[in-house]
Design a protein around this ligand. Structure first.
Ligand code: HEC
Ligand code: HEC
Length: 333
């Protein structure tokens, strides 16, 4: 080996660790875990072992969530029915899909979905990853062929680069579902006037709101089902909204058990003032009417009346209005 060659080799060897180190650091930074801004005392949401909640995955997921190419460019994205300004819900009883046709259920808020053990109002889907394909395939929602969607997205160099950096390979169906699921996991809602009140700020609730909170946990029995940080037990109950259950049998559609007819998942009450209309059918327009429904249930519901006065109904509504998040749900830059 002549002098110059050995010198060049020396340089190369000296540079080698530095180069790989840079690249490695870059990748490590990319795939660092997303620093979820969780309210005090909340546990980390569960995440599947094969889909860590990395910075790059949530950024890719956010891009895809707002991308109308998921409906083959026909004007519908996930955000059409799950709008950031409405706590990732919308304001129609039934959302309209690509063909302008209404679906059969009201679009729920996506706040805190990371903590739901089962998804959809009947609990028919077990993971956020699997849920992504439901609206994609539903002819009353995006009515798209996943393979055609993937081909459309793969033609986008920037998305391909984001996918490679997040998951080490170009965009495919698995990456699509994993990235969107991870973005959804970041939609945390636990910063409301109610939370400040719990943390000791007595002025965070109005007098009416404080009376409402007492009723909520006391004689109105709301917290039997609307419990815990998400104000939901994430379980299924019949609260007299399904009529005879022929229009929508609720949980019975999944379990085939007649005792589950008319049962729906308890919705979160976070941001509830922003997600009207209410219930699985979007058939109750205001919070006042929802509270009245629980106070004086329809006779066929077989539920007991609560016997609250008109003032007490208003106090409950004042409390519900204190559950709006005071910062945006979206934490992804
Ligand atoms: C056309 C309107 C529409 C579009 C588009 C849409 N959704 Fe939904 N979404 C709904 C409706 C309606 C439901 C309730 C369906 C049910 O319970 O059967 C729902 C339910 C969900 C749920 C379950 C929430 C819970 O509380 O269990 C998740 C998660 C979700 N959607 C995510 C998405 C994602 C991700 C996309 C894009 C890939 C998307 N949605 C596109 C209307 C829509
Ligand atoms: C037995 C369990 C249970 C009790 C008790 C209960 N709820 Fe609910 N709540 C539910 C279920 C289940 C739904 C969804 C029904 C549906 O989708 O048709 C619901 C829906 C709601 C909604 C509409 C949410 C939305 O996003 O559409 C509000 C608001 C609400 N409840 C407030 C209350 C208040 C206030 C009380 C006390 C007066 C109360 N609930 C008592 C289970 C319960």
């Amino acid at each position: 080996m002549d002098h110059r060659a050995s010198f060049a080799l020396l340089i190369a060897v000296a540079m080698l660790p530095a180069c790989t180190k840079d690249v490695q650091e870059d990748l490590v930074a990319d795939n660092a875990l997303f620093a979820l801004d969780l309210p005090a005392g909340w546990p980390q949401p569960p995440v599947p072992e094969n889909n860590p909640l990395t910075n790059r995955s949530v950024q890719l997921g956010k891009a895809l969530f707002f991308d109308e190419r998921l409906s083959l460019g026909r004007g519908i994205s996930c955000a059409s029915c799950h709008r950031p300004g409405s706590a990732f819900s919308d304001s129609l009883p039934f959302s309209l899909g690509v063909h302008g046709e209404a679906g059969f259920r009201n679009a729920p808020s996506l706040a805190n979905v990371a903590y739901h053990p089962l998804l959809l109002r009947d609990g028919g889907v077990p993971t956020l990853e699997q849920q992504v394909l439901v609206p994609l395939l539903d002819e009353k929602e995006m009515d798209a062929n996943p393979q055609a969607v993937i081909e459309l997205l793969q033609a986008d160099a920037q998305l391909t680069a984001m996918s490679v950096r997040a998951y080490g390979r170009p965009l495919d169906q698995l990456v699509l579902t994993q990235a969107i699921a991870n973005y959804e996991r970041t939609l945390i809602s636990g910063h409301s006037r109610y939370d400040r009140y719990l943390q000791g700020d007595a002025s965070a609730l109005s007098e009416a709101g404080m009376r409402g909170l007492q009723l909520f946990n006391g004689s109105a029995h709301c917290s039997v089902c609307h419990s815990g940080p998400d104000l939901s037990d994430h379980d299924f109950h019949n609260v007299g909204t399904a009529g005879d259950g022929t229009a929508d049998a609720g949980r019975e559609r999944i379990t085939f058990l007649s005792e589950d007819r008319g049962k729906f998942k308890t919705p979160t009450l976070r941001n509830i003032s922003r997600t009207a209309p209410y219930m699985h059918h979007g058939g109750i327009a205001t919070l006042e009417a929802v509270v009245h429904h629980f106070n004086s249930p329809p006779p066929e519901a077989g539920m007991q009346s609560l016997g609250l006065s008109a003032n007490e109904e208003q106090d409950l509504v004042a409390f519900l209005r204190a559950l709006d998040n005071e910062r945006p749900l979206d934490q992804v830059p």
